[in-house]
Design a protein around this ligand. Structure first.
Ligand code: ADP
Ligand code: MG
Length: 503
């Protein structure tokens, strides 16, 4: 076990390659960077070049046991810290993250291939925003007085659940981690995070930043594979709550294991989010909105990506043309280059999966797939996992491209004539995460907003998750909410009733 001082720099650094090496091969347990008990590690690869930039500690049940044990010990003390003081400490963490935004942005761009200007820097700033938001909510952990009998004082108090296991994916790992740890910590829980295999570094750096303020053991991080490290975390007897973001398939496994233990779970799973465009929309704003809705700057690797776009027939052809032209103007290239709009796909596995969908779309009779944005010419990026954004027309509702989450830069556009029919199409997948409507007729917009099966519906905008607004899906898209006061109270505390007889 390594002792303090940490191997990472005190001051913010812009050398993400050196920082990646310094973070190599470590978990963060009990306030320290430590190697896996087994000594095993696996490669972390820069998807823009195919080069190994670091090793990640390969966690197993022994590491889980060590981290959860430390978290459980720390939780006893952390719960005694007054709630507003806990919040104030989390707020201080936000300030430290802000000082390191540039560093974190470069590190996440290096390991995920997300462009620095359009995605990575935005994500790093959002982490600070989320910590600030929840840091201010300590005083909201209130209970109630309950009318029962004048001689009996009956009150409820909000208590933490204990150790929270948090499992995160690779697409926006820092942001999703913040959404989980900030409310958990403010509510008096301690946390063990299992990072995603593909993106363990930036979240690992954040551990040390937060532990400059938080007591050791409050916040721990393990890297490793799902079945070997994620599963034992869910199953550990001292883990009293699991919060998970990832695929529907693994979400079901996690929910089953939590069910066996009878502990609560929050699940943020996939999406196949529809965007419905009426002919009376503000055309230019809506075309621009389609690009952001589809999260093309993140290569479409978003649960809320508008991967099905329904456009009212009178403007359909013009819309497809305008959208394709705008995507064409986006620049694909080195994620660390300020000029780049679009970076890479995360991993060879995802690359193969997305290519499979595209090839299937191209081979579908009657369908047209337009490839937009030129692939980067730079020979240094020859092995990079770049995929041209594709816009498909002419597919039918039964196509795999229309029903399944692709998690790549692929969207399908359809013409429609009738609002009722388009509503049925929009609701016609197993998912129910997000949706957007684009119209100046708010009567129509609000009516459809009420009838869309989704946790989040936006009219004339399609922003990513925002602090203070509850976020979470229905149907196979998940269970529970994140990002809000409601999320902190309902998902990271339980209500205890206390009654006092006074005669
Ligand atoms: P993706 O398809 O985006 O990789 P996954 O659902 O496979 O999404 O992974 C999301 C997170 O869940 C990752 O951190 C992964 O390691 C973890 N995971 C995968 N399998 C399991 C499992 N059986 N138990 C717990 N966590 C798992
Ligand atoms: Mg996976």
């Amino acid at each position: 076990m390594l002792d303090r001082p940490h191997p990472t720099p005190e001051a913010p650094t812009t050398d993400c390659f050196a920082l990646a090496r310094q973070l190599s091969g470590r978990h963060f347990i009990g306030g320290r960077y430590v190697a896996a008990r087994s000594g095993a590690s696996f490669p972390v690869v820069n998807p823009a070049t195919g080069e190994e930039v670091a090793r990640a500690a390969e966690g197993d049940a022994a590491d889980v046991d060590a981290a959860v044990g430390d978290a459980a010990r720390a939780q006893k003390e952390w719960a005694k810290v007054p709630a507003r003081k806990r919040g104030a400490l989390v707020h201080q963490c936000a300030a430290i993250v802000r000082e390191h935004v540039e560093e974190l942005a470069r590190l996440i761009a290096l390991e995920t291939g997300k462009a620095l200007r359009t995605e990575s820097r935005v994500e790093a700033n959002t982490v600070a925003d989320i910590l600030e938001f929840f840091g201010g909510l300590g005083g909201e952990l209130k209970g109630e007085t309950v009318p029962f009998d004048p001689k009996v004082l009956s009150v409820t108090v909000r208590e933490p659940l204990g150790v929270v296991g948090a499992i995160i994916p690779w697409n926006v790992p820092m942001l999703l981690m913040a959404l989980k740890i900030a409310p958990a910590l403010v509510a008096g829980n301690t946390v063990v995070v299992k990072s995603a295999e593909e993106a363990p570094l930036a979240v690992l750096r954040i551990c040390e930043l937060l532990n400059r303020v938080l007591p050791p053991g409050c916040f721990n991080m393990l890297s490793g594979f799902g079945p070997d490290c994620g599963a034992p975390l869910v199953e550990h007897p001292l883990v009293r709550k699991v919060t998970f973001t990832g695929s529907v398939e693994v979400g079901r496994i996690v929910a089953k294991a939590a069910g066996e233990k009878l502990i609560p779970v929050t699940l943020e799973l996939g999406g196949k989010s529809p965007m419905i465009v009426f002919a009376d929309c503000d055309f230019d704003k809506t075309v621009a909105g389609a690009l952001t809705s589809m999260r093309f700057t993140r290569q479409g690797q978003s649960c809320t990506a508008a991967s099905r776009i329904y456009v009212e027939r009178p403007i359909f052809d013009r819309f497809v043309e305008a959208m394709a032209a705008k995507v064409d103007a986006m620049r694909m290239g080195d994620p660390l280059d300020e000029a780049t709009d679009i970076g890479t796909i995360i991993s060879p596995e995802q690359f193969g999966k997305v290519r499979g969908f595209i090839d299937e779309g191209i081979a579908t009779a009657g369908a047209t797939g337009r490839a937009c944005s030129a692939l980067p010419a730079d020979p240094a990026l020859r092995k990079g996992l770049f995929i041209q954004p594709h816009i498909f027309t002419g597919l039918t509702g039964e196509s795999r491209l229309v029903q399944q989450e692709i998690f790549g830069p692929v969207t399908c556009i359809f013409p429609f004539d009738d609002a009722e029919a388009v509503l049925a199409e929009a609701n016609g997948t197993e998912y129910g995460l997000a949706a957007s409507l684009w119209t100046n007729n708010l009567k129509v917009g609000l009516d459809l907003a009420h009838r869309l099966e989704a946790g989040l519906v936006q009219i004339n905008q399609n922003l990513v998750v925002q602090a203070n607004l509850s976020y979470g899906g229905v149907k196979s898209s998940g269970l529970g909410k994140e990002a809000s006061l409601e999320a902190m109270l309902e998902h990271f505390t339980h209500k205890k009733t206390i009654m006092v007889r006074m005669d």
